[in-house]
Design a protein. Sequence first.
Length: 350
Amino acid sequence: MLEDSIDNGKTVLITGGTGSFGHTVTRQLLERHDISEIRILSRDEAKQDQMRHDVGDDRLRFYVGDIREFNSVERAMRDVDYVFHAAALKQVPSCEFFPMEAVRTNVVGSENVVRAADQAGVSSVVCLSTDKAVYPVNAMGMSKAMMEKVAMSYGLNNRTAETIVSCVRYGNVMYSRGSVIPLFVRQLKAGKNLTVTNPEMTRFMMSLANSVSLVEFAFENANQGDLFIRKAESCTIGDLAQAVVNLFQVDAQVDVIGTRHAEKVSEALASREELARAEDMGEYFRIPADNRDLNYKIYVDEGDRTQQFFEDYDSHTVDRMTIPQIENLLLTLPEVRAELALAGLAVGSR
């Protein structure tokens, strides 16, 4: 837990902290730990003001700025002990239309965060990534894959660095901003059919609480350049839609609208190349950085003969949840339980 990994009286910076992840980890830190200060660095002052009123804790400090601008990051990073780097452009279609914006935020912005953390003497930085970074086919995934490389290269180029920089990678965070589940709920409440891009698409599903637990695990266990993945089950988007319909006990149809720009039919949390060197830690995989230097002889003479025997950790091939299992997972989400209560429906497990 975070209270075990972050010492008392420390200062934490959360980039992009007004998002779903930032709200959750902020509340956990403030409720469970004797934290000195939490800084939120983001661009949207309206969301900051809303978060200030929602949380209502004077240990929370807000910095208006953009991770694209090094001076913004440097100012917020002074005297910080730990960094959660969550700021990113995350929408696949918008990144397809504006790929250089994804590069400026997800790549250059991340380099600014790592460089500023190094200069400030931060103890640990955890960068949040996505399954779309594995074999990326879209600009968003490509930019997040480059973010991971930026994070890992820090250790390769700073062998004696005191700042530990690591990454976590996860799939769809349920009921976060951009999740399809809130859209489904809004459509049902409005008496509309559900819109689904491709019902046979599979995605990894993770609760917001589990995504925070993954970051906690990274803080507790990270070595320089490590990448952590939480094992997860998957489901089809069609089954997810049906599970939502069942929970809300409505007679709604599913309208298939077609795959959006650059979407994959399935996603992978880890590639076969990564799994060839991964450490199985129970609920998690640790994928250490490739710490070889630029002596290319070892690439030619000392290859890995076992790598070919691994498969990708893909949403099409891992255990797939049934509709009742998806319903039970949805019922663990406070937001879904609240919506069901408003609708006068029972919220017990199925």
